[in-house]
Design a protein. Structure first.
Length: 448
C-alpha cells in the first residue's frame, strides 16, 4: 500500500508500474463481501455437454450479475476515468503553485541554511517538499481514497486508522524518496553533461531494488503477513507451484480486510524474498476452484518472467522519460528559471518542475502503459487456465472482479483505460478453453 503522499515523490504512472511489478495480481481486487455470494453457481449453459457453446456460457455467467450491481460497478469504474484527469490537473496546479509562488525556492534556501553538505541539503529539501505537497493534495486524497472508496463499499477502515496508514506511506515516501533524490542530484552535480543517461540508470536500479524487497520489508509496514497452514488451501497451491518449477515452500496470508473488501493474490519477490501470498478476503470469499484459478494466473506471471520483461519495458520508458526531461528542463528553465529562482538542473528547487514534466509524459502514454500490462495479464490468464484447469473458478474470479470493474466496455474504452482484459473477455477466454477441453470435465463427472 502506497498512499497518495507518495505520488508527490514519483508521478502516478511510475507508481502504477512499480506496483504492477510487485503484485502482478491480474485477478485482483473485487469488493464487497456482502455484495454477492462467495461461490458463484455454474449455470446450466456452462456445464460440460455435447452442446456446450462458449458464447452462451459466457452470457449465462454474465446474466448472474444483478443489474443494479452492474450499474454500480460501471459507475465506480467510469468515475475512475475522470479521477485520472483530476489527479493529473491537480498535480499540475500544485507544481505550478510551488514554482510561481517561489515556495520551492524558499524551501531550498531553508535547506541550505540547515546544512551546506549537499546530500543532507537535498534530503532536507525533500522532507519539506513531501510534507507540503502531502498537505496540498490531502483534500483530493481523502475524497478519492477514503470517501469514494467507502461510498462504493470498498473500504473497511474508519478515518483514524486510514490516516494512520497514510502517515506510514508518508514515512516510506520520505525515506525512499529522500534516498532517490540524493542519488539523482548527486548524479546531476557530478555528471552535468550526461546526467540524463546515468539518472535513468540510477532510477531503474533503485526502483527494481525497491520492488524486489517490498514483499518482506515494505508490505509488513501496512499489513500483517502470516504463514497459511490450512492444507485444503495450501496443498493444491504448492502442488501447482512444484509442477511449474516455482521454488516455494510456504503460502502466506495478508490481512487486507483491515483496509479493504477487495480480493487479491500474488507471486512476487526474488530469491529469498519470493513469496506466494493470498489476502484474507480471497480466502473468505473464493471457492477452492476460484483460489486455484487465481493462483494459476499469478504463477503464470512468475514462470513467464513478466516481472523481468516488465522491467525491460519500463526501463525503455524511463530512458525516454529522461531524454524528454533533458529537453523539457532546458527549455523551461531558459524561459522561466529566473522567475522561479531556480539556478539550474542541479538545484533542488527544480523538483516541482521535474514532477510536472514527468506527469505530462506519463499522462500522455497511459494507453501504451495499459496495453503493455493488459497483454501480460492475458498471457497469465491463459497460463493460469492451463495450469489450474479451473475455467469455472476463473469465471467466478472475473465476476467478483466485475463488482468494481466494468465488465463489458467498448474496444476503444478498453484500450485506453483498462490495464487488464475486461471481465467479459476473461470469462469468454475461460469458456473457450473449456470448450476445447470438454473431455477433462466429462472424466470428472464420470469419477463422481
Amino acid at each position: 500500500m502506497l498512499s497518495r503522499t507518495f505520488l508527490a515523490v514519483i508521478p502516478g504512472w511510475l507508481i502504477l508500474c512499480c506496483v504492477g511489478f510487485l503484485a502482478t495480481s491480474g485477478l485482483a481486487q473485487p469488493p464487497g463481501a456482502n455484495e454477492m455470494p462467495s461461490v458463484i453457481q455454474v449455470p446450466a449453459e456452462a456445464q460440460a455437454s455435447a452442446q456446450f457453446d462458449a458464447l452462451a456460457a459466457t452470457n449465462a455467467y454474465l446474466a448472474q450479475i444483478p443489474a443494479d450491481k452492474t450499474a454500480r460497478s460501471d459507475a465506480y469504474f467510469e468515475g475512475g476515468y475522470w479521477m485520472i484527469l483530476w489527479d493529473f490537473l491537480y498535480g499540475v496546479i500544485v507544481a505550478l503553485l510551488l514554482l510561481n509562488l517561489r515556495w520551492s525556492a524558499g524551501m531550498r534556501d531553508l535547506a541550505e541554511r540547515v546544512t551546506r553538505f549537499k546530500p543532507v541539503h537535498t534530503f532536507v529539501y525533500w522532507l519539506e517538499y513531501l510534507a507540503l505537497t502531502s498537505i496540498l493534495v490531502f483534500p483530493l486524497t481523502v475524497y478519492e481514497e477514503y470517501f469514494r472508496e467507502r461510498k462504493y463499499g470498498l473500504a473497511t477502515q474508519s478515518f483514524g486508522p486510514w490516516v494512520g496508514d497514510q502517515m506510514k506511506g508518508l514515512g516510506v515516501g520520505m525515506v525512499l524518496g529522500g534516498v532517490l533524490a540524493m542519488l539523482l542530484f548527486g548524479v546531476v552535480r557530478r555528471l552535468p553533461r550526461t546526467w540524463w543517461i546515468w539518472g535513468a540508470v540510477v532510477t531503474i536500479v533503485f526502483l527494481i531494488f525497491t520492488v524486489l524487497i517490498s514483499p518482506v520489508y515494505i508490505i509488513p509496514i501496512f499489513n500483517k503477513v502470516t504463514r497459511l497452514d490450512d492444507p485444503k488451501i495450501v496443498d493444491p497451491i504448492l502442488s501447482m507451484a512444484r509442477a511449474n518449477g516455482i521454488p516455494a515452500k510456504d503460502v502466506y496470508e495478508v490481512d487486507a480486510s483491515r483496509q479493504t473488501t477487495r480480493m487479491s493474490a500474488n507471486v512476487s519477490g526474488f530469491a529469498n524474498t519470493m513469496r506466494i501470498t493470498l489476502n484474507d478476503n480471497l480466502l473468505r470469499r473464493g471457492s477452492p476452484e476460484e483460489i486455484q484459478a487465481v493462483m494459476g494466473h499469478e504463477m503464470g506471471h512468475y514462470v513467464m518472467n513478466h516481472i523481468y520483461k516488465g522491467i525491460m519495458f519500463f526501463s525503455i520508458v524511463v530512458v525516454l522519460a529522461f531524454v524528454y526531461l533533458r529537453w523539457g528542463l532546458d527549455w523551461a528553465l531558459q524561459r522561466w528559471g529566473e522567475r522561479w529562482q531556480i539556478r539550474g538542473v542541479g538545484d533542488t528547487a527544480v523538483v516541482p518542475l521535474v514532477v510536472l514534466l514527468v506527469s505530462v509524459f506519463g499522462f500522455a502514454i497511459t494507453p501504451i502503459m495499459n496495453t503493455s500490462i493488459r497483454t501480460q495479464e492475458y498471457e497469465a490468464d491463459m497460463y493460469g487456465l492451463n495450469t489450474s484447469r479451473q475455467p469455472d473458478g476463473f469465471a467466478q474470479a472475473a465476476i467478483h472482479l466485475g463488482e468494481y470493474r466494468k465488465m463489458n466496455p467498448g474496444p476503444i474504452e478498453e484500450f485506453i483505460f483498462f490495464d487488464h482484459p475486461s471481465g467479459r473477455n476473461r470469462i469468454y477466454a475461460a469458456m473457450r478453453w473449456k470448450a476445447e477441453n470438454l473431455k477433462l470435465f466429462s472424466r470428472r463427472e464420470e469419477g463422481q
